[in-house]
Ligand binder design. Structure first.
Ligand code: NDP
Length: 290
């Protein structure tokens, strides 16, 4: 069997960023104002700080306006809801992103519900979750769709082309990744099975898949001999593991060195789905502005 073609998420994300930058320039020309992204971070979680910084920096690189709201960890739910209300009413803001997780004393569901669905560039508002859940085959995505699942579907469309009739297995049923990925694959006319921690004989199920999307958060869990020869494999997992000498490295949920000898095409970790997530956030922000 030939080696799997690597799906280059970095190059794909770079293309998408260029397209968004062009769209932003056209928007500014037409409206005389920039698409605006507001990021809200409560507390000082190190990983969240890195994510929020990179989102704001990318927005500016693509010609958008970025409004960075950093609130102390002791911010009350009422204070956060008041900020969300102000951002909802502000015509210079087209996208609002509240970085999760929030401190435990704040009800995340309540905060997500308070965001104007038209500005919900993460696609987590129940109205947008419902829209994705009820979308017809091939219907336009004219509402914000969660960024990582959107990135997965773009990579698959590029690598595989027409997905109609393909058998897809999505391993993981989180609201953040697994479920929205499955909805997008259904929209693309795949026959979709969602697997989770209680699924019986997961290896046998995975072997039926033409399209395998894995989002479980377990390093190199899915082995090469679980993959149907020639399948397209999208590895969403990001896991940090020891690499000797006190160092660490990132690996996915798929045993990459095994999978590359079996799959037809495969995303690496890092450099696969990861770079698509921020690019899709920028895409969603531009679409909200438009
Ligand atoms: P969650 O922990 O929310 O969900 C994990 C899912 O995997 C659950 O549905 C769980 O099943 C299922 N699962 C766990 N163990 C097994 C198992 N042994 N067999 C089958 N299914 C199992 O994770 P997320 O969806 O948020 O994230 C998944 C991975 O994707 C993580 O590594 C995360 O870091 C990464 N990620 C990457 C992003 C990117 O930008 N590339 C963005 C978001 C996430 P059950 O429901 O039964 O518990």
């Amino acid at each position: 069997m030939a080696e799997a073609k690597l799906i280059d998420g970095k190059a794909h994300a770079e293309r998408l960023r260029r397209q968004v930058a062009e769209g932003v320039a056209a928007f500014v020309e037409q409206h005389g104002t920039k698409p605006g992204l507001a990021t809200v971070l409560v507390g000082a979680d190190a990983a969240s700080q890195v994510y929020v910084k990179s989102k704001g920096k990318t927005a500016i690189e693509l010609g958008m306006a970025s409004f960075d709201h950093r609130l102390p960890a002791e911010t009350t739910e009422e204070e956060l809801l008041a900020l969300v209300a102000r951002l909802n009413a502000d015509p210079t803001i087209h996208g609002i992103l509240v970085q999760l997780p929030l401190p435990r004393h704040i009800d995340s569901a309540k905060v997500l519900l308070a965001i104007d669905p038209a500005k919900d560039v993460d696609g987590f508002h129940p109205v947008n979750v419902g829209r994705l859940g009820s979308i017809g085959a091939g219907a336009p995505l004219d509402f914000p769709v969660p960024c990582t699942p959107l990135g997965c579907s773009m990579l698959l469309a590029d690598a595989v082309g027409n997905l109609a009739g393909k058998s897809a297995v999505v391993v993981g049923r989180s609201t953040l990744v697994g479920r929205p990925v499955a909805q997008l694959l259904l929209r693309a006319d795949c026959t979709v099975t969602i697997a989770h921690s209680r699924t019986r004989d997961l290896p046998a199920l995975c072997r039926t898949a033409d399209i395998l999307v894995v989002a479980i958060g377990k390093p190199e869990f899915l082995r090469g001999d679980w993959i149907k020869p020639g399948a397209a494999v999208i590895d969403v997992g990001i896991n940090r593991v020891p690499a000797g000498d006190g160092k660490t490295r990132l690996v996915g949920d798929v045993a990459f060195d095994e999978a590359r000898h079996v799959a037809g095409c495969l995303t690496p970790v890092p450099g696969g789905v990861g770079p698509m997530t921020v690019a899709c956030l920028m895409y969603n922000t531009l679409r909200s502005a438009q």
